[in-house]
Ligand binder design. Sequence first.
Ligand code: PEP
Ligand code: MN
Length: 361
Amino acid sequence: MKITPTQDWGLGLGSKIVISGPCSAETPEQVMETCTQIAQHDVHILRAGIWKPRTRPNSFEGVGSIGLKWLKDAGKATGLPVCAEVANVKHVYDALRAGIDIMWVGARTTTNPFAIQEIADALQGVDVPVMIKNPVNPDLKLWIGGIERIYGAGIKKIAAIHRGFSTYDQSQYRNMPQWEIPIELKQHLPDIQIICDPSHICGSRDLLAKVSQKAYDLNFDGLMLESHITPDKALSDAKQQVVPESLGEILRGLVQRQPQAENALADSKLEILRDMIDDIDHRLVKTLGERMKIVRQIGEHKRDNNISILQSSRWRELLVDRLAQARSLELSDDIMKYIFQMIHKESIRHQTSVMNEVITN
Ligand code: PEP
Ligand code: MN
């Protein structure tokens, strides 16, 4: 299916769209206060979650339809369009009735073709812009499928939101950005606008500025950032929300570089490669940490059995084995030998500390 979205949604939006507002609408005052304060900054669309899809039951699941009015009132007070997440047919009808200007489909809904098709069917014949978040799992086809289903319902004002992908591994991110996936989406659907959602990627507010800048450097079309007047008291996603003033600071700090058409692809490629390097380095350090844990266990065993730390024959064998592997990967003998000497040195330091119960540098 060829997707040719209408980029101008008739809402007077510029080239970079900034969407902000609370993760969840909690009270009329919280929505109004947050929205009127963020409207002082460079925000173009207000957001609030009304029905919250939570991973575990018994968490705050949103205030429900009543919150649509609170959001709409904030829109009227600020003169800004408002958007909310819809996850089923009832949500679509309630949002349309309340005059919500833009809807978005959440990451959990995009994973489910039945759910997204039902939403698409409910939107038949309606002229409302819809943004589709990536599915929680890194599946580009599922994301494209969700976009196709909504587009197939006749919705031409359409955009994608990149909110990262869940991972079982420990990471500095709540959801891994895997920038190569939205970049690949753009290769498949060159006319689609992609908004980055650093809040759900980062999961903590200290990373937001960095990820927002990266999204701009990768030529994303805008940002969705969660904000709250008292983030630490938020009923959902407390750690990643920012007060309006911090939002302003993040937005003011963003550098907008001109995308140089002939270099944009090359730049993106460099970013992807560097990201891969960062990832590999983090894994390297993690692996070294794991190695040292085992080394300490060996240290305890040696201490308890009165064995000396260094067995030269074991060290020699290990080095021969690792250098042979390194050679097969075209890594320099000298450098790999040096690296292993350093690793061995650190291992001895750990074992010595186990023997003596104090770390010696
Ligand atoms: C949200 O935007 O608050 C939300 C629930 O996001 P996601 O669907 O990306 O998890
Ligand atoms: Mn949220």
